[in-house]
Design a protein around this ligand. Structure first.
Ligand SMILES: [Zn+2]
Length: 433
C-alpha cells in the first residue's frame, strides 16, 4: 500500500458522514424511527392499534414502561409532521423514495387523527375514513340495493324474509367442524401454489393456523416478522364452504401473509426502512392491505378456475356434494353486489342516525346478513368503525388501479406483476391513480 492510497482512504473516511447526510436516507430513517416509537406509544392506549411489530424489541419495552400520555404523543406527532414536511424529496427523486415520504406523511397524519379520537374528538363517518384511510366510500340508497334484492327474490323463492331464505339455502354449504381443517388446508395449498407461480417469496416463509372463538371478525392474520404469520379462524358461527378459499387467499396467499412478507423482504431488509416493521391498524396502510387481500382472491382464482377448484378440491375436502357448487356461486355473486350495504349501515350507525338494533336490521334487509351475523357485524363496527370501507372500497380501488394499468383478467401475467409490485411498495390509497 502506498502513502497516496492511505491519504485517499483517510479523505474518504472523513467524507463518509458528510455524503451520508447529503443523501437524505439518514434523515428519513431517523424520522421513521420517531414514527415507529409514536405508533408503539399510542398502542399503549389502544389495544387494537398495533397490528404487527417486529422491529427492535427494546423499543416496545420502552414504550410500555414510559406509557406516555396521549397529549404528549399528539405534541410529538405534530413536531414529526413538521420535520417530515421539511424533508420532502425533490420531484426528480426516484419514485419509491417519493412514495416513502408520502406514505410516512399520511401514516403520521392518521396517527394524529386516531390519537385525537382517543381524547374525544368526534368525526363523521366520511371525515374519519378520509383521515384514517385516505379514502371516502360512495353513498348508496336503499333503492340501489333493491334491484339486486329483486333478482334474489326470484332466485330464492319461499316464505319469510329474504335473509332467512338465503340462510336456509346456505345451510347445505356449511363445512362440518370436523372437516374444517382439511378444507382450509386444501384451500391454502391451492392459493399458495397459484401465488408461487407468479410471486417470488423468500425461503422459509411460513404460517400457523389456529381456530378461535369470541371475536368480532371471521379471520385474522397476525404477522410475527421473520416471514412468519399466525392465521386465526373464528368458529363462533357456521363457516360456509366459500370461506375456505376466501380466507386462505385473504389471510394467506396472496393476501395479508404475502403482503407482510414482501414488505419485510423488499422494504425492511433490502432497504432498511424501519417504519415497515410496525403496522398501525387505523391507517391508510389498511386500505391497501385489505383491498389487495380481497382482490387477491380473484387474482389467484379467476371465476371459472375458482369453480373448478371448488368442485374438484374444496367441496370434496369439506364432504359436500360438488354438484351444488355452480348454483351456490351464482347466488353468492348476486349477494356480493350488496356488499356496500354494510358501509351504509356503518355510516348511518356511526353518524348517530340509527341505533345498533336498526343497524343490524339494515344489514339483514339490504346486506342479507343472518340475524346472528348482523349482530356480530355491529360488534365489528363498534370496534373498528369506518375500517369497514377497506374491504369493499379497497378491493374496488385496487381493481381499478391494476386493471387500469393493463392487468385485466385477460392478461393474468400482467395482473400478477402489478399486484406483486403494489404489495412490495409504499403506495397510498390516494396514489392509486
Ligand atoms: Zn383482512
Amino acid at each position: 500500500m502506498t502513502i497516496r492510497t492511505r491519504c485517499m482512504l483517510a479523505l474518504l473516511a472523513m467524507l463518509g458522514p458528510v455524503l451520508a447526510h447529503a443523501q437524505a436516507p439518514s434523515t428519513m430513517n431517523s424520522l421513521a424511527e420517531r414514527y415507529v416509537r409514536l405508533v408503539l406509544a399510542l398502542g399503549q392506549h389502544d389495544a387494537d392499534y398495533v397490528d404487527a411489530y417486529y422491529g427492535p424489541p427494546e423499543w416496545r419495552k420502552q414504550a410500555e414502561s414510559a406509557r406516555r400520555p396521549v397529549s404528549a404523543i399528539v405534541t410529538d406527532a405534530a413536531a414529526l409532521a413538521k420535520d417530515l414536511a421539511a424533508a420532502a424529496p425533490p420531484s426528480s427523486a426516484e419514485e419509491i423514495v417519493r412514495l416513502r415520504h408520502e406514505y410516512l406523511t399520511h401514516q403520521v397524519s392518521a396517527l394524529r387523527t386516531r390519537a385525537s379520537m382517543l381524547t374525544g374528538t368526534k368525526l363523521s363517518f366520511d371525515e374519519e375514513s378520509r383521515a384514517l384511510y385516505d379514502a371516502v366510500a360512495p353513498t348508496h340508497t336503499e333503492a340501489e340495493f333493491r334491484a339486486v334484492i329483486d333478482q334474489l327474490e326470484k332466485r330464492l323463492r319461499g316464505h319469510g324474509p329474504l335473509s332467512q331464505r338465503f340462510e336456509a339455502f346456505r345451510q347445505g354449504y356449511v363445512i362440518p367442524r370436523a372437516r374444517l381443517d382439511a378444507a382450509f388446508n386444501a384451500a391454502i395449498d391451492g392459493c399458495r401454489s397459484r401465488t408461487m407461480q407468479h410471486v417470488t417469496l423468500p425461503a422459509g416463509e411460513s404460517f400457523r393456523v389456529e381456530y378461535v372463538t369470541g371475536k368480532s371478525w371471521s379471520g385474522y392474520n397476525w404477522y410475527q416478522g421473520n416471514y412468519h404469520s399466525l392465521i386465526q379462524v373464528n368458529t363462533d358461527l357456521p363457516i360456509y364452504v366459500d370461506r375456505a378459499v376466501d380466507l386462505a387467499c385473504h389471510e394467506g396467499y396472496p393476501g395479508h401473509h404475502v403482503y407482510n412478507v414482501l414488505l419485510e423482504k423488499n422494504l425492511v431488509r433490502d432497504r432498511g426502512w424501519i417504519e415497515f416493521t410496525v403496522y398501525p391498524l387505523f391507517s391508510p396502510q389498511s386500505l391497501i392491505a385489505e383491498g389487495t387481500a380481497n382482490y387477491g382472491i380473484e387474482v389467484a382464482f379467476p371465476r371459472e378456475e375458482r369453480l373448478k377448484f371448488e368442485r374438484d378440491v374444496v367441496f370434496p375436502a369439506a364432504g359436500l356434494d360438488p354438484r351444488g357448487a355452480a348454483e351456490y356461486y351464482e347466488v353468492l355473486a348476486l349477494v356480493d353486489k350488496l356488499s356496500y350495504a354494510g358501509n351504509e349501515a356503518a355510516r348511518r350507525y356511526l353518524n348517530g342516525q340509527i341505533d345498533a338494533r336498526a343497524a343490524a336490521s339494515w344489514l339483514e334487509t339490504y346486506g342479507l346478513f343472518s340475524a346472528p351475523r348482523a349482530v356480530q357485524r355491529v360488534k365489528f363496527i363498534d370496534q373498528y368503525r369506518s375500517y369497514v370501507i377497506n374491504y369493499n372500497l379497497g378491493k374496488d380501488m385496487i381493481a381499478r388501479y391494476i386493471e387500469g394499468h393493463g392487468g385485466t383478467a385477460a392478461n393474468p401475467d400482467r395482473r400478477w406483476e402489478l399486484f406483486a409490485q403494489l404489495i412490495s411498495s409504499p403506495r397510498l390509497p390516494s396514489g392509486l391513480k
